[in-house]
Design a binder for this molecule. Structure first.
Ligand SMILES: *Cc1c(COP(=O)(O)O)cnc(C)c1O
Length: 229
């Protein structure tokens, strides 16, 4: 990430690392926490909730000074959220990056428990038209952003995209730049009180291209935890 930022002429402090721990157990997450990582991404709701609870227990029983984040881990839901799972997601996660329907957003807002901070949300954009993929078409993003910005228990933080693998670095940059263009368009339209600050782009295979295109958060699984087999 540092090398990619330097080669793109960007400040490394402008790109966050989300460690994608799907399919790995709580022990792998605690190891990453002890190495200083605080933000984790999960695709599967039930698996994610189990891990969130296991890590909460582990943190509460942990001796010694809290880590740099005051012992607070940040959990991001990055997988599809079916309607019957919104309540679990709203009760356990800090962020949801995969919102692509108003109905899901409304349910998440209604079901977010009062005692918790508002749920931080990214809209998922399908930048290459991949037929089997979730996500809004680029032309649909602004309208949903306006609706989500009005929901009381959500904060619209940005956009997330998962472009198809590209033939080379330049082609990957072009795909990521489509997401960046939508991000700039929504911010220019001024739909939220503050500009969105999160452009979640890039995984193990394409994080350099994503950072070149303007990513502010890369979601990295296998480069951290190893192959998922
Ligand atoms: C699995 C996954 C990742 C991480 O992928 P790696 O190739 O292991 O880095 C990132 N984002 C999403 C949405 C994923 O499902």
């Amino acid at each position: 990430m540092n090398a990619a930022c330097l080669s793109a002429g960007r400040d490394p402090a402008g790109v966050r690392l989300l460690a994608v721990s799907k399919t790995f157990g709580a022990a792998a997450v605690t190891e990453a926490v002890l190495a200083g990582q605080t933000a984790f991404g999960e695709n599967y709701i039930a698996e994610g909730v189990d891990k969130i609870e296991a890590l909460r227990l582990w943190e509460s029983g942990r001796a010694g000074p809290p880590d740099a984040n005051g012992g607070k881990l940040e959990w991001h839901c990055i997988g599809p959220v079916q309607s019957n799972k919104t309540r679990l997601v709203a009760a356990h996660f800090d962020w949801v990056q995969s919102v692509d329907r108003l109905k899901t957003a409304q349910r998440l807002s209604e079901q977010r428990p009062d005692g918790l901070a508002p749920l931080q949300v990214c809209l998922q954009v399908n930048v290459d038209g991949g037929a089997n993929k979730s996500g809004l078409a680029p032309g649909e993003v602004l309208a949903l952003a306006r609706e989500v910005a009005n929901l009381p228990r959500l904060v619209l933080r940005g956009l997330m995209a998962i472009p198809e693998p590209a033939a080379d670095f330049e082609a990957a940059c072009e795909l990521h730049k489509r997401a960046k263009a939508v991000f700039d368009e929504v911010n220019a339209a001024g739909v939220v009180p503050l500009p969105m600050d999160t452009l979640s782009l890039g995984m193990t295979a394409d994080l350099e291209a994503a950072i070149r295109a303007g990513s502010t958060m890369v979601r990295v699984g296998s480069a951290i935890f190893g192959s998922r087999g």
